[in-house]
Design a protein around this ligand. Structure first.
Ligand code: NAP
Ligand code: G4F
Length: 342
């Protein structure tokens, strides 16, 4: 039985990837951080499943603590490591630049060094990000588009991306980067914009009058569905050689359009009025504010446009996204309503 180690197992992608790897016949080990409150909500269904007693394991560790990583790796002897752990919030990375660089860049370096010095046959997947393209002005971004990150998070992820390439080329290690564009799901953290929008609008549908405060509603993202993307991660690691791949949908949508699509799906009537910081969506019947702009959610620099070209992944590993944006919104809204009714 093959053994996989997943860092970031308590996160959105870690939970979906664990489910997939178990289906593929892996024993899955995950690294979790000690926390004063429960942080395993996304994987409790796996950990508490008696049938998975010999297939799913958790170990305390931290990307800031090389000894803990080294101990886990020498104990479980993985065939493959998926490094998904990160301080993954772009906005927070401006407030915690040093911490973000330590976890997202130096943490990756620690893992690569452990593999190099213990067993170079361990395959390594790095969760890279479209945020590395930053201020580029290309219509679509692929594996050879200039990388000009503009946030501490993007810079840390570019550092990891380059380290992975360097260890691959210098030491012949099987290390690959998945350059993933935004992917969402009902398990997305509530501080990311899609989940924040849907949670607020579903509460409104259930009678709440609390308005939705947003920052830059004109930035454009390429949003896909997380379970499709973890399949891509797996396929990247089955490819005949280590390489770097963009996973995306090659479709775009602004934050404002995402809000409109969500309100349309929920049957919330709205009208946009005003400009700049005064722009807002109101209820046409009573004038109540539904969405307003709040300066506090603006970033020092925001990546304004992302649109990924996944042709290389399609050709080499046969991956393409299955879920369209409207379907993603429907899935997220339905699950949000279900969780409210539980
Ligand atoms: P997420 O939900 O924020 O999960 C991040 C995970 O990393 C959590 O399990 C978190 O643990 C863990 N973590 C954070 N700091 C750690 C540390 N110091 N040591 C050990 N674990 C730590 O992120 P995600 O959306 O699943 O994304 C997975 C990876 O893909 C991340 O590296 C992210 O940067 C990258 N990525 C995501 C997207 C996307 O659209 N989702 C796109 C491109 C790249 P706690 O639960 O304890 O906080
Ligand atoms: O949902 P977001 O915070 O995601 P962002 O910054 O694109 O980062 C996500 O995707 C990256 C891949 O490109 C990952 F690497 C990263 O780990 C993370 O998963 O923000 C999306 C957009 C931004 O332009 C932001 O300025 O939405 C805009 N936005 C507008 N109002 C907001 C808000 N973002 C957040 N989080 N909260 C707002 O109120």
């Amino acid at each position: 039985m093959k053994i996989a180690l997943v860092t970031g197992i308590t996160g959105q992608d870690g939970s979906y990837l664990s489910e997939l790897l178990i289906k593929k016949g892996y024993k899955v080990h995950g690294i979790i951080r000690r926390s004063s409150s429960f942080n395993t909500g996304r994987i409790d269904h796996l950990f508490n499943n008696k049938k998975l007693k010999n297939k799913f394991f958790l170990h305390y560790g931290d990307l800031l603590d090389g000894q803990s990583l080294s101990n886990v790796i020498s104990k479980i002897k993985p065939n493959v490591i998926y490094n998904l752990a990160a301080q993954s919030h772009v906005s927070v990375s401006y407030e915690l630049p040093e911490y973000t660089l330590n976890v997202d860049a130096i943490g990756t370096l620690k893992l690569l060094e452990i593999i190099k010095s213990t067993n170079k046959k361990i395959k390594f997947y790095q969760a890279s990000s479209s945020e590395i393209f930053g201020k580029n002005t290309y219509k679509t971004q692929n594996e050879i588009t200039p990388m000009i990150p503009s946030s501490p998070y993007g810079i840390a992820k570019l550092c990891s991306y380059l380290l992975v390439k360097m260890y691959r080329e210098s030491y012949g290690m099987f290390c690959s980067n998945g350059i993933l564009f935004n992917h969402e799901s009902p398990r997305r953290g509530g501080t990311f914009v899609t989940k924040k929008i849907i949670q607020n609008l579903v509460r409104r549908k259930h009678g709440s009058k609390e308005f939705l405060s947003l920052g830059n509603i004109y930035s454009i993202r390429d949003w896909g569905y997380a379970p499709d993307y973890v399949e891509g991660m797996y396929k990247i690691m089955q490819y005949k050689k280590p390489d770097d791949f963009v996973l995306s949908t090659n479709t775009t949508c602004s934050i404002k359009e995402f809000v409109n699509l969500s309100m349309n799906y929920l049957g919330i009537k709205y009208k946009w009025i005003g400009k700049g910081f005064k722009e807002k969506a109101i209820c046409p019947e009573n004038g109540n504010t539904i969405v307003k702009i709040d300066k506090k959610y603006f970033r020092p620099i925001d990546v304004s446009y992302l649109n990924g070209d996944y042709k290389k992944a399609l050709k080499a590993i046969g991956w393409k996204p299955k879920t369209k944006l409207k379907e993603l919104i429907k899935i997220m809204i339905k699950e949000e309503i279900n969780s409210k009714n539980k």
